[in-house]
Design a protein around this ligand. Structure first.
Ligand SMILES: C[S@@+](CC[C@H](N)C(=O)[O-])C[C@H]1O[C@@H](n2cnc3c(N)ncnc32)[C@H](O)[C@@H]1O
Length: 597
């Protein structure tokens, strides 16, 4: 038995990889660790988080190990899972060290310098092809249909991206007017169009108001609320509330969808009350609503800085729909989420309790609005405590006419609520898995007050057909899962094949750049040693004698240190340059986003 504290994560990964080889119906990491019936985690959060990290960085770790084995063919490792967990901890983990003991730990730490060198080379040689989530997750662009048609935006994006064949634009498979582009495209789109920022007229492309960079799952709440209201013929006018609205992504999405619906009817303009209790966030909300929605006379947004829990429901007698997206732990967010999993078991429990109590209070308060018919409750958390449990707790206190309803627009979304032992409501709730759905983890639950709401079985083909129809009109393909991840893997494979081929082509006599450097290092080394000038012949003989000397430990050490220094210098320089470029792009993106807010 291994003494390693990483063994549980290693076992989990071995289990995952072994069944991937044998069985046709592969289980994902998530389905291996969560109990099908109770939805409870079967291992510790730490074990799950370690396994997630390894899976995320597996291509890089495998490439490092491949290089290592190439140089040390005698190396063999039995426990592949443990190998990659330890490699991750040593090279990429938060402490960059391995806890505990064991033979494999000793073996890896002894080779740490060489392993790090491989890692640097891999990172420097293929920075754009890292297959981590950040580089393969699609980027979502929501068209603000209050200012432009989707066709107008698509035409502009096409012209911006026309120079690069890799930049295909897709339409999302679930959210209308949501475009999907490769991760590398967003910076290009925003920077390319920054000069047009002063064109504020409606219908004219303006990157700050024509589009919103909004993650897919965060588009679900407004989509759900509008699909429920528009399927209900009882209401002649819509008065809605976004109870926790800042910075206004969902409010403005709600406005855009409501406006589209109003366009096809004789209804009065829709009113949206958008509240936030935080002063600064409310100011931002107000600015964004003005910029994104003003000029669209089918919808009116009234913002207010107020604590939702202090709102008197009797002052909003005509409110029919409430969108409630309260503060949550954010454990579904891809950058926060894995951090949350590595928290100590008890850590954060108190915070979670406070959050879920606030969420319960807010949802109960929303249900007390006299005329409200639909409430869409959402969080970007993956904890049942903030999601299903909150809904059950609230429903237990309400008259039985209140019930969970399935959102028509997401009838074709497969992932549903985590089932508790008694309830069947979960099949109507929406869950988004940050590890599998290429968008942040999310939860949406729709509540309806009246039993009049039709619970007839929803036809999943309807929303799917609607998206296909829109894609056809726009001339766009519908995005299919993992498109960019597959492309990144393919491109990485090709680069590796090309590199291997060119390395093989080099003949024994011909010096590779690396050998030239090492030869130079040898010369310098010998110069220092002998204290006299050496000839070119001396230098080459020093290179030729490298193999002979390599058996003498001290000589090998010196040469290796010099060689790795020179190699490192180049790799570092390259990595620094790429890092700087990336930072510039990100800073530009941020500036543009701040401007647009
Ligand atoms: C998750 S964010 C909302 C994000 C927003 N729905 C969007 O999509 O842009 C939660 C917001 O709720 C606000 N908030 C928290 N407690 C509140 C309360 N009691 N009343 C009103 N707003 C509250 C916070 O200030 C924060 O802006």
């Amino acid at each position: 038995m291994s003494s390693s504290p990483y063994q549980p994560a290693a076992t989990l990964l071995n289990q995952l990889w072994e069944q991937s080889d044998q069985s046709k119906r592969k289980k994902s990491l998530k389905s291996l660790v969560f109990d099908d019936k109770t939805g409870q985690l079967k291992c510790s959060k730490t074990t799950y988080a370690q396994a997630c990290h390894v899976q995320k960085h597996l291509p890089t770790l495998q490439a490092v190990w491949k290089k290592h084995v190439h140089q040390n063919p005698a190396v063999t490792v039995q426990n592949e899972g443990l190998l990659y967990v330890l490699l991750y901890e040593l090279l990429l983990g938060p402490n960059q060290s391995i806890r505990g003991g064991g033979k494999l730990k000793r073996q890896l730490t002894q080779q740490e310098a060489a392993l790090r060198k491989h890692l640097r080379q891999i990172q420097a040689s293929s920075p754009g092809e890292e297959t981590s989530d950040d580089d393969t997750w699609p980027r979502y662009i929501r068209v603000n249909t209050c200012q432009n048609t989707t066709q107008q935006v698509v035409d502009v994006l096409r012209s911006i991206m026309s120079d690069d064949a890799n930049f295909t634009i897709y339409l999302d498979a679930h959210v209308s007017d949501l475009l999907v582009v490769p991760p590398s495209a967003t910076a290009l789109i925003l920077s390319h169009t920054a000069g047009d920022a002063d064109k504020k007229e409606k219908g004219k492309w303006n990157p700050q108001t024509s589009i919103v960079l909004q993650d897919k799952s965060s588009c679900f709440p407004a989509l759900c609320l509008v699909s429920l209201l528009s399927a209900d013929p009882r209401f002649q006018s819509w008065e809605l509330m976004d109870a926790c609205a800042a910075p206004g992504n969902k409010t403005t999405h709600l406005a855009a969808l409501a406006s589209q619906f109003m366009a096809g009817t004789q209804q009065k303009p829709c009113t949206i009350h958008a509240l936030d209790r935080d002063k600064q966030r409310h100011a931002l909300l107000q600015r964004r609503c003005e910029a994104l929605v003003n000029g669209d006379d089918r919808v009116l947004i009234q913002t207010k800085q107020q604590d939702f829990l202090t709102v008197n429901p009797k002052e909003y007698l005509n409110v029919r729909g409430i969108l409630l997206d309260p503060t949550c732990s954010g454990s579904g967010m891809r950058d926060k989420g894995l951090k949350h999993l590595t928290e100590k078991e008890n850590e954060g429990e108190e915070r979670l309790e406070k959050l879920s109590y606030f969420q319960y209070k807010a949802l109960l308060h929303a249900c007390s609005f006299p005329q409200v018919e639909y409430i869409v409750y959402s969080t970007c958390s993956v904890n049942a405590e903030e999601n299903e449990n909150v809904v059950h707790r609230v429903l237990a206190e309400l008259p039985s006419t209140w019930h969970v309803v399935p959102p028509p627009a997401l009838a074709h979304w497969k992932r549903r609520g985590q089932a508790s032992s008694k309830d069947t409501d979960e099949k109507h709730m929406i869950r988004v898995d940050p590890l599998e759905d290429e968008t942040n983890g999310f939860f949406v639950c729709c509540l309806a007050r009246s039993s009049l709401h039709s619970m007839s079985k929803q036809d999943a083909s309807l929303p799917r057909k609607a998206i296909q129809k829109q894609a056809k009109v726009l001339g766009l393909p519908v995005y299919t899962p993992n498109t960019f991840a597959t492309m990144a893997k393919e491109s990485k494979k090709q680069t590796m094949e090309a590199t291997n081929k060119s390395e093989k082509n080099r003949t024994g006599n011909e010096k590779t750049p690396k050998e030239s450097i090492s030869s130079q290092c040898d010369t310098n080394l010998d110069r220092k040693k002998n204290g006299k000038r050496k000839t070119a012949d001396d230098a080459s003989s020093s290179q030729n004698s490298k193999k002979t000397r390599s058996s003498k430990i001290s000589g090998v050490k010196d040469v290796a240190v010099k060689e790795s220094d020179a190699d490192d210098k180049h790799a570092k320089k390259r990595a620094k340059r790429l890092e700087w470029k990336q930072k510039q792009r990100e800073a530009k993106l941020q500036r543009l986003q701040v401007k647009s807010k």
